[in-house]
Write a protein that binds this ligand. Sequence first.
Ligand code: HEC
Length: 193
Amino acid sequence: MNNSTLFAALTCLAAGLATGAAAQDCTAVGDAYDLDEAAVNALYACIERQMAQSYAAEGDAVGVAYRDWTVSSTRPAVAGAHDERFLQTFANDIAAPEYLKFDEERGPMPVGSVLAKESFALKDGKAKIGPLFIMTKLDEGGAPDAGNWRYDALQPNGKVMKISQSFCADCHLGWDYRDSLAYPLEEVRLGAE
Ligand code: HEC
């Protein structure tokens, strides 16, 4: 842990103790793409509880449950898509054994698979919670134009976000040879074979 990481962690701890459950600032110096692993981990340690509480705030079934699912990466990372946010995906029990194989060419994921991806941006040195992005695998024929996935998102206040299925699907169908899955960046994938 370098000094700035330690400082960030301590600042967060102090802010957390002072404000209790209230929102606290999580900060980092530098561009999102340039942060080293320790800095990203410190940022995540600072924001993860707030983020989980935000998504759960309205009692959404996925927003409440996803933190108990299987995490698919060693830490959040910026892939570029999803507005240059840091992203980290969780897979429910149905999805996890298949998703964590990160197969390059795969058949359809099991029906009932749910993937929930938390997100936060770094704006002017301050972490800002983004949407929780969700994909749910439907029965065959459930959404023929979207690879039988339903796309959903929660706002950072836990409320359902209005989204267009085709907006999400059109990009994800670029990976139709692996059931529309984009997967986390290779260097952060967990359990890759
Ligand atoms: C411009 C392309 C693009 C668009 C549009 C897009 N995504 Fe993604 N999505 C990606 C990429 C790239 C990843 C993998 C990046 C990562 O997780 O690090 C991803 C990953 C995901 C994941 C994790 C599962 C997986 O594919 O590995 C979910 C869930 C998700 N997106 C939901 C959504 C939802 C919901 C929308 C619409 C609101 C959406 N996406 C729109 C590119 C896109």
